[in-house]
Design a protein around this ligand. Structure first.
Ligand code: AMP
Length: 289
């Protein structure tokens, strides 16, 4: 399964792609997460990306593409991936399709998470994540409770807000989405890859709609292939046993092949100087002795 989740900031791409990744057993590849990680580790790319991220602007394409290329080259992305937050403009979309065409694994579907812009503001200002386990919450719509214990060893969730989730930066990010990312909807519609899902409502409801919209994508094929790769290789004999009954070799063929071997050896014995087999050659040898 190779898909893109497309949508405005706050449309639920992160939450839903985490769930899809779990269900289809392919990695969620979030350009935002890759960038935040690079910033936190103060890598050269992270240092360059920080200012644009703090302002809610798009980070330059060369930085994002370098991180995405590196991530998609990892072994776990071979059986598929869910792209979340990437591509964000037409140039990134173009480079992505070239990158995937090179390895013969194009995008199979692009899902637009459709949501009213008034709902987005509430979602974004209420968004929190757990600093320990990374799980996403919303203090208005999906706060942590007893049914969602922290995966990090029985602690309570430690909720933190992203620095770019303040109101001013959120407005800027929404404007950037409209100007630069929204045109991808028409682009992928023209490529006949686009499908739209209503992203409003409960997380479970939206997830069901997503599953429905992706039901024709051969996710299991990818999983089966991954399993087959790790399973011990069956020998030709074992494969034959489970298929049609084995055909025995004709004894004639064996005789013929022995004769051929003998014929190849004979000239080296310096008998007649001829490769011709049979009575004549043998008779000549005898008459010379
Ligand atoms: P996100 O977590 O997807 O909302 O991304 C957070 C921030 O990272 C964005 O506001 C951008 O500054 C930056 N970013 C994430 N993905 C991209 C991308 N594909 N292209 C450029 N900038 C990005």
């Amino acid at each position: 399964m190779r898909i893109i989740l497309l949508g405005a900031p706050g449309s639920g791409k992160g939450t839903q792609s985490q769930r899809l990744a779990k269900k289809y057993r392919v990695p969620q590849v979030s350009s935002g997460d890759l960038l935040r990680d690079a910033v936190a580790r103060a890598t050269p790319l992270g240092v360059r990306a920080k200012a644009a991220m703090d302002a809610g602007e798009l980070v330059s394409d060369d930085i994002v593409l370098a991180l995405i290329r590196e991530r998609l080259n990892k072994a776990d992305a071979r059986s598929g991936f869910i792209l979340d937050g990437f591509p964000r403009n037409l140039a990134q979309a173009q480079t992505l399709s070239e990158m995937l065409a090179e390895i013969g694994k194009p995008i199979e579907a692009v899902v637009l998470m459709d949501i009213d812009s008034a709902v987005l503001m509430r979602r974004l200002t209420g968004r929190r994540s757990c600093a320990r386990c990374g799980r996403l919450f919303n203090i208005y719509t999906s706060p942590p409770d007893a049914s969602t214990p922290c995966a990090d060893g029985g602690h309570q969730h430690e909720l933190v807000q992203r620095p770019d989730d303040n109101e001013e930066t959120i407005r800027n990010r929404l404007d950037v989405y409209t100007a630069q990312t929204r045109p991808l909807v028409e682009h992928y519609r023209a490529c006949e890859l686009l499908r739209t899902v209503n992203a409003e409502g409960e997380i479970d409801e939206v997830f069901k709609r997503l599953e429905q919209s992706l039901s024709d994508i051969p996710a299991r094929v990818a999983v089966k292939r991954a399993v087959r790769r790790v399973a011990p290789r069956r020998t030709a004999g074992a494969r034959r046993k489970s298929a049609a009954p084995r055909r025995t070799k004709s004894p004639r063929k064996k005789v013929r092949s022995r004769a051929r071997v003998a014929a190849r050896r004979r000239p080296s014995r310096k008998t007649t100087g001829t490769r011709k087999r049979g009575g004549t050659a043998r008779r000549r040898t005898r008459s010379r002795r």
